[in-house]
Design a protein around this ligand. Sequence first.
Ligand SMILES: C[C@@](CO)(OP(=O)(O)O)[C@H](O)COP(=O)(O)OP(=O)(O)OC[C@H]1O[C@@H](n2ccc(N)nc2=O)[C@H](O)[C@@H]1O
Ligand SMILES: Nc1ncnc2c1ncn2[C@@H]1O[C@H](COP(=O)(O)OP(=O)(O)O)[C@@H](O)[C@H]1O
Length: 280
Amino acid sequence: MTDLSLAAPAKLNLFLHITGRRSDGYHELQTLFQLIDYADQLHFTARRDGEIVLHTAFAGVAHEDNLIVRAARLLQRRAGDVPGADIRIDKRLPMGGGIGGGSSNAATTLIGLNRLWQLGLKRGELMQLATPLGADIPVFIGGQTAWAEGIGERLTPIETPRLWYLILAPKCHVSTATIFSHKDLTRDTRPIKVAAFSQGGGQNDCEPLVRALYPEVDNALIWLRNFSPHARMSGTGACVFAPFDSESEAHNALAQAPPELPGFVAKGISHSPLFDLGSD
Ligand SMILES: C[C@@](CO)(OP(=O)(O)O)[C@H](O)COP(=O)(O)OP(=O)(O)OC[C@H]1O[C@@H](n2ccc(N)nc2=O)[C@H](O)[C@@H]1O
Ligand SMILES: Nc1ncnc2c1ncn2[C@@H]1O[C@H](COP(=O)(O)OP(=O)(O)O)[C@@H](O)[C@H]1O
């Protein structure tokens, strides 16, 4: 019997500027993490023997490399003697899609096991613990749509217009590490203020490079721009998205998508279900 089931929602990067590079190789960036109501679902059950077992197999990802298992072990190391956990996941989010599936799974695991094991760690402590595992994890632990700086971990919650999004997942896998280490990546965008973004400024600095390397992403953006001039890539891709005022407009566009462009429609949300679970 499952003790706890929790969602792990996706994010869209409404814009993504790379403003510099730190001496450890990580990039300084500015982005707006828009949370959406499209999610994986994780199920946690306590064990008695201290083991962490993920029962759902992932193609191409070994058990110990899975961010769910790595997050659970991180918390276990921090907490010491814990009962262990059986974990299952209903996976919906495309992997390597730039919508943060792995990071969100890790965040939900930390919040879930913190509760299941009654550790009482604060949200800020979980965020700090998680940042070395993935720069994208803190925003999911926070559970709020946020403006982000630093390497993506310095977060300021922000209200965004209530919009629906059509997200398309071109059938290619883009490695974040490959894009961030590419010689042709733009790394010197000047920092902007929130007001400049609100007035329509901002772009995704990874987009030109990913479009040049992956024709599937290029074609997806060309197709989506028939419906919206604001279509953009999320993160380092491969997913692209466009905003719509209504759910029906987004579904109408999705219905016309060619077979090589699977996708889904999601609502932008200011708070995820995890927001109510962390303690500050
Ligand atoms: C680009 C973004 C934008 O939201 O999203 P995705 O496309 O991955 O979803 C994130 O910054 C990705 O965050 P995340 O996927 O957690 O990155 P990590 O696991 O920490 O790092 C993956 C790789 O990207 C590089 N990296 C990551 C973040 C950052 N600010 N600078 C970097 O140079 C790291 O050096 C590493 O080689
Ligand atoms: N639980 C997980 N969910 C998704 N991907 C994972 C997971 N654990 C490890 N990975 C690895 O992390 C990579 C990036 O995954 P994901 O977070 O979905 O994409 P992105 O970082 O582009 O948003 C995957 O290609 C996969 O190899």
